[in-house]
Design a protein around this ligand. Structure first.
Ligand code: NAG
Ligand code: NAG
Ligand code: NAG
Ligand code: NAG
Ligand code: NAG
Ligand code: NAG
Length: 426
């Protein structure tokens, strides 16, 4: 079906239908209690509108690392190959209770999580040490710069982690601010004129899920040839970290991606339907094209975060599936344990490689396997619930356990140690 050639009547019906679906899918969400995991993702940022907030309370300086490891990281060493080491001396890197910028969906200790081991694991590559994270060095590196995380709620999780990793080293609260502006959330370190932001764009290209608060998660439409609305926000950034994974997974066997071509304005809108993974390729293709044509390779460094594993299927590590990640307090110790899907990341790499002849290098933060071990790292029930729980849910905590996002301090701190290492040394 091509809109351009179809008779006007058909074309306008199609246009009408597309418009209807986009509208309906936004509205239906409000009434859609849906499957809990999805609702969680959809509403996990229930904070509202534009809000400029200057933190007022005094914060204490971060807990400092005490280990005296040298930065041997400049060598070629594969950071993805390693193991979790219990280290209650140098971890956590900050206090979740004291971080004034933490979000309620990942502030597990604030929401009742009592076990603390999950905060004490350090990732130890086999062949070297990760560079020691130094917030001041990072802020210096970011002086007069803008770093933007672009993606979904897992990427926002990583953004919150990075903000907590640096904010404690700015004890004067007048020198750090938080600004919520629709899809864009900014942290600013004023003395450094450094900006660390998160921009909501879960499917990379424009889609019916672009509203960070109201979006239906199980009926998705992407726009194959539209990315400019998003790109205009991050085009001038100095460092961009993309992610996109969660929203391309099939949540049921029949789930397909709707892909819209053309536009209402031009009257050539048409809608296709395809496998989720094929939709991912369309988004990657558009993003790659855009980067190739627009990015200033002398200015902007680009990263793509590997897929973040979930832990809903407890039988994979010898538990009961019905418990999901409930009550897990220790990592999986089996060396080489892998359950995550690496295929999307490989797909993404194959697109980004095509940019190399133009001198644009997209670096992959390969955090998938290390995160795969951490069945203990998720909020499960210890997070803010934006939708009041039903009696049935309260009676069965696994039914609403969040085994997708990560408690902070926790696993995403290591993703940021990777990012730090790349920014400083690679
Ligand atoms: C790092 O190790 C992982 C796991 O063994 C491997 O898949 C990956 O290709 C390695 N990366 C590099 C750059 O050698
Ligand atoms: C740290 O862990 C060690 C070994 O598990 C334990 O003996 C020690 O008491 C812990 N220290 C603190 C401060 O929790
Ligand atoms: C919010 O974003 C819009 C455009 O995206 C911009 O015009 C406006 O100045 C921003 N507001 C604040 C408070 O930053
Ligand atoms: C980027 O840097 C190279 C080498 O330093 C230089 O030749 C080129 O003109 C620069 N490109 C832009 C767009 O500034
Ligand atoms: C999880 O822990 C709670 C509190 O200790 C306990 O009541 C519950 O039975 C546990 N659930 C599972 C599935 O282990
Ligand atoms: C990432 O690492 C995993 C193992 O840790 C490996 O299987 C995979 O190929 C790597 N992917 C990329 C894109 O480097």
């Amino acid at each position: 079906m091509t809109g351009l050639q179809s008779p006007v009547g058909v074309r306008s019906i199609v246009t009408y239908l597309v418009a209807f679906f986009i509208l309906a899918s936004s509205i239906i969400f409000l009434f859609d209690k849906g499957h809990q995991d999805h609702v969680q993702m959809a509403v996990d940022h229930g904070r509202q509108e534009v809000q400029v907030k200057v933190e007022a309370e005094l914060q204490e300086p971060a807990m400092r690392e005490t280990t005296e490891v040298e930065d041997t990281s400049k060598e070629e060493c594969n950071w993805s190959r390693g193991q979790w080491v219990y280290d209650n001396v140098s971890r956590p890197l900050y206090s979740g209770l004291k971080c004034g910028f933490i979000f309620p969906e990942v502030a597990c200790d604030k929401y009742g999580r009592k076990d603390v081991m999950y905060q004490h694991w350090r990732w130890q590559p086999y062949e070297c040490d990760l560079p020691r994270f130094d917030a001041i060095k990072l802020l210096e590196k970011l002086r007069n710069k803008r770093l933007v995380f672009v993606g979904d709620s897992v990427n926002r999780n990583q953004w919150v982690s990075l903000v907590c990793m640096v904010e404690a080293s700015i004890p004067d609260d007048r020198l750090k601010i938080h600004i919520f502006n629709g899809s864009l959330i900014s942290f600013k370190a004023l003395e450094y004129n450094a900006v660390i932001e998160f921009y909501w764009s879960p499917l990379l290209v424009e889609s019916n899920s672009d509203n960070p608060i109201i979006h239906r998660v199980d009926y998705r439409i992407i726009r194959a040839d539209r990315i400019e609305k998003h790109a205009s926000v991050w085009r001038d950034a100095d460092i961009i970290i993309f992610n996109s994974y969660l929203w391309w997974r099939k949540q049921n066997d029949g789930m397909r991606m709707k892909v819209m071509y053309g536009s209402f304005e031009d009257g050539d809108a048409r809608l296709d339907e395809m496998e989720m993974i094929d939709g991912f390729e369309i988004a990657l293709k558009k993003l790659t094209e855009w980067l190739g044509e627009n990015i200033d390779k002398n200015k902007t460094r680009i990263f793509f975060a590997g897929s973040s594993p979930t832990h809903f299927g407890a039988s994979k590590w010898g538990g009961e599936d019905s418990n999901k990640c409930l009550n897990e307090t220790e990592p999986i110790y089996k060396v080489g344990y892998k359950s995550a899907d690496y295929s999307l990341m490989a797909k993404a790499m194959s697109y980004f490689e095509t940019l190399e002849p133009r001198g644009i290098n997209v670096q992959i933060l390969n955090i998938t396997e290390l995160s795969d071990y951490r069945k203990d790292g998720h909020p499960s029930v210890f997070r803010k619930q934006y939708v009041p729980l039903t009696k049935e849910q309260i009676a069965n905590p696994a039914s609403y356990a969040d085994c997708t996002h990560w408690c902070l301090p926790g696993v995403p701190d290591v993703w940021n140690e990777f990012l730090y290492g790349y920014l400083m040394y690679k």
